[in-house]
Every structure is written in structure tokens, then in C-alpha cells.
Design a protein around this ligand. Structure first.
Ligand code: RTP
Ligand code: MG
Length: 140
């Protein structure tokens, strides 16, 4: 079995509604282990850098405002096929399209305020983990 790690964010709409535990339970029930986790407040500049890949999209400014509007929980999830598994548990970006039982189907408020972020590939997972965590903070 090869363990993979992915980077996850519980977004401000979810921390505001005190949903961290319920979301973490979905990750753990799917076999993902939370190997690092911290609650932080991102600056708008940090959110902008993190989501830099979307800088030319029409929703970029709104996204950066939202991601810095309240606390987020940044975390590293570990498991077999963790990247794909996490995105399965998250559900589609737009909660209207998300499968029943997924985080976004159950909790997301809109396509923008959609409760969670998850890395989409091994390369982005590695960059995103290193952006928020030191190697010594990851305990598998
Ligand atoms: P994420 O990166 O947050 O895990 O989400 P994702 O892969 O499912 O979606 P992505 O296309 O990467 O979009 C990043 C985030 O931008 C916001 N968004 N708003 N208003 C809109 O049409 C719109 N589209 C995307 C969402 O917060 C989305 O998760
Ligand atoms: Mg994405």
C-alpha cells in the first residue's frame, strides 16, 4: 500500500458555522488520516498567492476576499489515493452538482463559499503542503 498526502482547507463559511468536526468526520470515515492541522487567518495577499492559478478568472477577487474573511483550518490528509479520495469526499465545486453525502452537498452555501479546498494533483499537493507546513509538523 502506498500512502499519499494531500492538502486540505476547511473554508471560512464552514468554520463560521462550527462545522470543522463534522467535516473531519467525513474525511476520517473515508479512511483519510489528519496528520497535521492548524487554524489560521489568511491575509488577502496570502489567499491571492495561494489561488494564483486563478488570477485571471472573474471570481478571483471575490475568492481572495472570501478566503481571508474568517478563520480557516489548513490540514494535511494521508491515505491510499488521498488526493482522489479527498476530492470524492468533497464533491463537485458547485454544491448543486455534488453527490449526496459529500461535504459540499451537505454543507456548501454556494459555488464560491463551498466549505472545503483539496489539492488536485501530486505536484500541487506538494507545493500547497510546503506553503503552510514545515516537515516537522507532519506526523504520520
Ligand atoms: P478548490 O481548488 O477550492 O479545492 O476547488 P475546486 O478545485 O473544486 O475548484 P476550482 O476550479 O479550483 O476553483 C477554486 C475555488 O474558486 C471558487 N470558485 N468560485 N464563483 C464561481 O464561479 C467560482 N468558481 C470557483 C470556489 O471556492 C472554488 O472552490
Ligand atoms: Mg482547485
Amino acid at each position: 500500500m502506498t500512502l499519499e498526502r494531500t492538502f486540505s482547507i476547511i473554508k471560512p463559511d464552514a468554520t463560521r458555522r462550527n462545522l470543522t468536526g463534522k467535516i473531519n468526520a467525513k474525511f476520517e470515515d473515508a479512511g483519510l488520516r489528519i496528520v497535521a492541522q492548524k487554524r489560521i487567518l489568511m491575509t488577502k495577499a496570502q489567499a491571492g498567492e495561494f489561488y494564483g492559478v486563478h488570477k485571471d478568472r472573474p471570481f478571483y477577487d471575490e475568492l481572495c476576499e472570501f478566503m481571508s474573511s474568517g478563520p480557516v483550518v489548513v490540514q494535511v490528509l494521508e491515505g491510499e489515493n488521498a488526493i482522489a479520495k479527498n476530492r470524492e469526499v468533497m464533491g463537485a465545486t458547485n454544491p448543486a452538482d455534488a453527490a449526496a453525502g459529500t461535504v459540499r452537498a451537505d454543507f456548501a452555501e454556494s459555488v464560491g463559499e463551498n466549505s472545503v479546498h483539496g489539492s488536485d494533483a501530486p505536484e500541487t499537493a506538494a507545493v500547497e503542503i510546503a506553503y503552510f507546513f514545515a516537515g516537522t509538523e507532519l506526523v504520520g
